[in-house]
Design a protein around this ligand. Structure first.
Ligand SMILES: [Zn+2]
Ligand SMILES: [Zn+2]
Length: 445
């Protein structure tokens, strides 16, 4: 069958399911759950996949589920939708606990289901080689740390990010590429989508300066002042800023989370949180080492100790332009867009765990429209159901057709051209090496 005919059938099948797609998106919207707590949302997706006659694997990464369709084992194209919400108690639609889908992940799930419906119910999937995995993935938002730390302590998960956890459990072993859409108001609603995205990655540092308490008036000489250590460390970090290259988009943010108890006691403990962001793995690693040095230098000068607990966050994202170009072309041919409808590249110091995946396989991450208001804010609103829920579902499905049509020539071309930064093994090693605790004793030098 001609490619255009396959696409036409797919669009038709999605249009037939329009009401179900929107209903699913709205149902998830009304029951927002935070990362690794998406038990109801997972169930919802299991039911949605089952309604298409697809067998579902669940859970896949503590929560989450996936369904597959297609015959041959290779290549494997994964379409992902994220399950988790954020917290936005100021939003008029938030749940009693403040949870709210103010990042539009409910829309992603509706898109995922719509894409599956289009490919499966049209029969198009049978005409294509390869395999398509529809993955409802948990925990993209890096929040709710106490809960996740508890899960880690209990051995239920190892990583904060759902995609990271899925990869660790072998979910990514067979996957050749990932397609995903996210929501954003693009250029004040004037553009229809953002085609490519580069994001920063980040490493968090939980820092504890340990000194010695003494009477601040009578015996300051007997104390080791932890506030002074922290203050010097912050100055050291600031002195490093001129060494960060523009193109690396390094950001170092620091807050003091506790800074002493009584003013007449030399403070013995000060805790800080530091976040180091950068646009490449190399820049992130280098900046993190510099910041580590700056913290230790603070402790060294005063003769105290510093405990630095590194926790790797997400790795930088760099989307695959050849992959996104297919979505873009489909937007022009079937989505009512023209050449001026796009923001071609969005560079941000924000982060997502799709970044980690993009270090191993080609990833598409398109920001689609249909919403207004800032992400995670009280103004976030789905304004246009057709643009938000339906259009990306169609475009994802059409992109899958482009990839797999005619012996998956396009998919193979993209796989061939892609240069991975990590294998699964080197990735896990990097993650573990950069999630470590170091105690530096400045009094010993
Ligand atoms: Zn999001
Ligand atoms: Zn978000």
């Amino acid at each position: 069958m001609e490619k255009e005919e396959l696409k036409r059938r797919c669009i038709e099948a999605i249009d037939k399911r329009k009401e179900d797609i929107i209903r699913l998106g709205e149902k998830v919207y009304r029951n927002p759950e935070l990362g690794y707590k998406e038990f109801e949302t997972t169930k919802c997706m299991e039911e949605a996949f089952a309604s298409l006659g697809l067998k579902t694997v669940s859970p896949i990464a503590y929560t989450g589920c996936k369904a597959s369709a297609g015959g041959k084992e290779k290549p494997v194209v994964a379409v992902m939708g994220e399950l988790d919400s954020v917290v936005c108690p100021e939003h008029e639609d938030c749940a009693v606990n403040g949870n709210m889908h103010a990042c539009g992940h409910n829309v992603q799930l509706a898109n995922l289901y719509g894409c599956a419906a289009g490919l499966v119910e049209s029969g198009v999937i049978k005409e294509l080689p390869g395999l398509v995995e529809f993955i409802a993935i948990p925990a993209e938002e890096c929040v709710d740390f106490d809960y996740r730390d508890k899960l880690i302590e209990e051995g239920k998960i190892e990583f904060y990010g759902g995609k990271q956890e899925y990869l660790l459990r072998g979910g990514m072993d067979n996957i050749d590429m990932i397609l995903q859409c996210h929501m954003m108001e693009v250029d004040g609603g004037r553009k229809c989508c953002t085609v490519n995205t580069d994001t920063d990655g980040f490493i968090s540092k939980n820092v504890k300066f340990i000194g010695r308490a003494s009477h601040a008036g009578a015996a300051p000489h007997a104390g080791i002042n932890a506030v002074n250590m922290a203050q010097l460390a912050l100055n050291n970090i600031n002195a490093l800023r001129e060494t960060f290259r523009e193109e690396d988009m390094v950001r170092v943010s620091a807050i003091i989370t506790s800074g002493g108890e009584l003013v007449n006691v030399v403070p013995s403990t000060v805790t800080m949180q530091v976040m180091v962001r950068a646009a490449t793995v190399e820049a992130m690693t280098e900046a993190s080492e510099k910041v580590g040095r700056a913290l230790k230098a603070g402790a060294l000068a005063i003769g105290g100790k510093v405990e630095i607990r590194d926790q790797i966050g997400y790795l930088p994202l760099s989307t695959d332009h050849a992959l996104s170009a297919l979505y873009r072309e489909n937007m022009i041919a079937y989505g009512g867009a023209d050449e001026d409808s796009f923001v071609e590249l969005y560079k941000t110091a924000g982060s997502t765990d799709l970044g980690d995946m993009s270090q191993l396989v080609p990833c598409m991450h398109v920001w689609s429209s249909g919403i207004t208001g800032g992400l995670h804010s009280k103004d976030f609103k789905i304004r246009d159901f057709e643009k938000a829920y339906i259009l990306p579902a169609k475009m994802l499905a059409l992109t899958v057709i482009d990839l797999l049509y005619e012996d998956a020539g396009k998919a193979k071309e993209i796989i061939e051209a892609y240069k991975p930064k990590f294998t699964k093994e080197t990735y896990v090693k990097y993650m573990k090496e950069h999630s470590a605790v170091e105690l530096f004793d400045g009094s010993a030098i």
